[in-house]
Write a protein that binds this ligand. Sequence first.
Ligand SMILES: *Cc1c(COP(=O)(O)O)cnc(C)c1O
Length: 219
Amino acid sequence: MSIQENYNAIKSQLPQHVELVAVSKTHPVSAIQEVYDLGQRVFGENKVQELTEKYPLLPKDIQWHLIGHLQTNKVKYIAEFIDTIQSVDSEKLLREINKEAGKHQRKIKVLLQVKIAEEESKFGLEAEEAKSLYQKYLNGEFPNIFVTGLMGMATFTEDKNQIKKEFLNLKGLFDELNQLQPLETLSMGMSDDFPTAIECGATSVRVGSAIFGRRDYSK
Ligand SMILES: *Cc1c(COP(=O)(O)O)cnc(C)c1O
């Protein structure tokens, strides 16, 4: 299928209230432009270097989301233009984003990335850490940041029940934090599991290969 057919097929499966982040990592600027021309404005990249190379070549009304692990020393390269950083996995990183946003006199939206997978490899905060960071945010410790929600990645497995259990865990934490002060975004679900994520309460999904095709990491 073409990118256009893929994109339309994904869009047709998303309820109105669910935002689509088109994950364009490894794909060329021309493919991103093609999806932009179909009306998509929210794109996700996972590497700072790749994002800063693509950014100047594409329309300025794209809302860029960083979805991959971010080192504190690289925040400065994206602080001027990033819309949302979905992968906040430490207090140190949140402090750095707050500082760099301040330098540019802007506020940056962030999601707290919570570790929900059983696998050891995934980055993310423990639920308790996410709660305490949200509390600090509500106490005014990060004036140049909007914490707009939570992000999580399920275990890479075929086991739908396992995936569902992990998504529902994150939804539980989301509901809990929501009672302190409402949050907008629960980002969970990728090409293979986004329908399950939506069933479990996702308000935003991050879809790459189902739109752009398989990624070629050899280039
Ligand atoms: C690559 C990536 C995605 C998209 O994965 P697909 O399976 O291609 O849809 C979503 N979220 C994160 C954090 C990613 O790194």
